[in-house]
Design a protein around this ligand. Structure first.
Ligand code: NAP
Length: 462
């Protein structure tokens, strides 16, 4: 193993974002044997794992179990977690360029896309992202923000996030109770008035983005019937050709099975609709309905309005039409794609890829793929970082960023603090027969995370 250049010290890399993309980048750096590295992984939250903790649905614990592997990355002796540190507020790009040889932006896509239709800003028209953050107990989410007093809900989009929110709305509380869903969400869901959930795909079943496992789950809920109109899942000749794709073929099979079902009188109904686009969200002072235009597919598979309309009686509209990245201060940003402009992970500044700044995950390539997709994405970016070694602008500033954080009185947390909070949540969960009970308040998170340090302090003084 070589040290990083003539400086005779390991390469210092800062990764912004402790979600899967940032952690897979840390793993790619520490796994290789050619260059000695020290990696600091920052997150604005006191908790690591990003969307695994705050995006993956609480009833998908198998997907969340990837945290065991992500924790091992954080435990690597050359990786340090520095949570509750916000880029742009606590640290600037210049601070980082001063202390590190390379910076990797792995901040994901925290915002969401709009529909761009009239009425979108009416009370009751909201984003699925907000709802997901709320039921997952994100500390920035207002615990009182949702009441679920609507009987009809439209979920716009035909991706896996749309399926997640549809399923959470349709499940009984008993189907969610043993998960790590936030307590406040469980309380509200227990009194939910929701009876009809309309999931709206603007194209046909062959173009839907959801995956079969997630689709199938909708047909196996304790107290929700699933309704599919057979006329909306008729395939075009082009679609028939696409059915060679196994995901499409299985999706179509499952949907045909749903269409053949009869209602069984369950309390809730999930209406899976295709070839419909919201053209207006209607209502005087709040959402009273969503006006849909029926679509057909053109020869390129794009949705084209037919001039036929209908209005669904809903009081809540959740748009679930994709995530979008947010700009970081001092970092190039393409507002059209919601990503950091890059060449295979090298950040592009003033038209050129610049050695020293990199990006990975959704902020690099847009919000697509499964968690594992971020591994290959990070490996690609880190390979470029390592191949740029001789061109990196070597950091001349102070060695340890924590000196700067202390100077600025930034209340950062380290891995041991997070593990303390993690232990607390799991213990509370065990006592309640649940996976974990999430702590939602940031203040309480910090207090609990510090319990270990306080105890050590007291011991030292005793
Ligand atoms: P997505 O998969 O990109 O789906 C977005 C959906 O919104 C598409 O059906 C799209 O239709 C539709 N849409 C876009 N603009 C629209 C508009 N103006 N009007 C109506 N519909 C519109 O995005 P996502 O569901 O947010 O998921 C993001 C990523 O996370 C995906 O890779 C997903 O697989 C992943 N994820 C995975 C899981 C899981 O594995 N269980 C769970 C959640 C999320 P068009 O196709 O016509 O554009």
């Amino acid at each position: 193993m070589i040290d990083a250049g003539e400086h005779g010290r390991p390469l210092r890399v800062a990764i912004i974002g402790a979600g899967p993309s940032g952690l897979y980048a840390a793993e790619a750096l520490t796994k290789q044997k050619d260059v000695a590295v020290r990696v600091d992984v920052f997150d604005r939250l006191p908790t690591p794992y990003g969307l695994v903790r705050y995006g993956v649905a609480p009833d998908h614990q198998k997907i969340k179990s990837v945290t065991a592997a992500l924790q091992r990355i954080l435990e690597h002796p050359h990786v340090r977690f520095l949570g509750h540190v916000e880029f742009g507020r606590d640290l600037t790009r210049d601070d980082l360029m001063c202390c590190y040889d390379a910076v990797v932006y792995a901040v994901g896509a925290a915002s969401d896309r709009n529909l761009g239709v009239p009425g979108e800003n009416l009370p009751g028209s909201r984003s699925a992202t907000e709802f997901v953050a709320w039921y997952n107990g994100h500390p920035d989410s207002d615990v009182t923000a949702w009441t679920l007093s609507s009987t009809g809900v439209a979920v716009v989009g035909a991706g896996n996030v749309a399926i997640d929110v549809t399923r959470v709305l349709a499940k009984t509380v008993d189907e969610l109770r043993d998960t790590d869903i936030a307590d406040h969400a469980l309380d509200v869901l227990a009194h939910s008035a929701v009876s009809d959930i309309y999931m709206l795909g603007r194209r046909g079943p062959a173009q839907a983005k959801f995956t079969t496992k997630e689709l199938k789950e909708l047909g196996a809920l304790a107290d929700a019937d699933v309704i599919v109109r057979s006329e909306e899942i008729v395939l075009t000749p082009e679609d028939e050709a696409a059915v060679t794709d196994p995901i499409v073929r299985r999706n179509v099979e499952v949907l045909r099975g749903f269409a053949a079902r009869s209602l069984t009188g369950k309390a809730r109904r999930i209406h899976l609709r295709f070839l419909v686009s919201p053209v207006e969200i209607v209502g005087e002072s709040e959402v009273e309905g969503v006006r849909l235009e029926h679509n057909r597919l053109d020869e390129k598979g794009h949705a084209v309005g037919t001039g036929e309309f209908e209005t669904l009686p809903v009081q809540l509209v959740l748009r679930s039409v994709g995530y979008k990245g947010r700009p970081l201060e001092g970092v190039p940003f393409d507002a059209r794609t919601g990503t950091i402009p890059n060449e295979d992970g090298r950040v592009i500044r003033d038209g050129h890829a610049v050695p020293g700044e990199y990006t990975t995950g959704w902020i690099k390539r847009g919000p697509s793929g499964i968690i594992g997709t971020n591994k290959a994405c990070a490996v690609e970016t880190m390979a470029h970082l390592l191949s740029d070694l001789t061109m990196l602008p070597r950091a001349a500033g102070q060695n340890d960023i924590t000196a700067l954080l202390d100077e600025r009185k930034v209340d950062y947390v380290v891995l041991a603090d997070w593990l303390e909070l993690d232990r607390h949540e799991q213990e509370q969960g065990k006592a309640a027969g649940r996976v974990r009970v999430k702590v939602v308040s940031r203040t309480l998170m910090l207090q609990l995370a510090r319990a270990r340090a306080r105890a050590a302090d007291a011991n030292a003084r005793a």
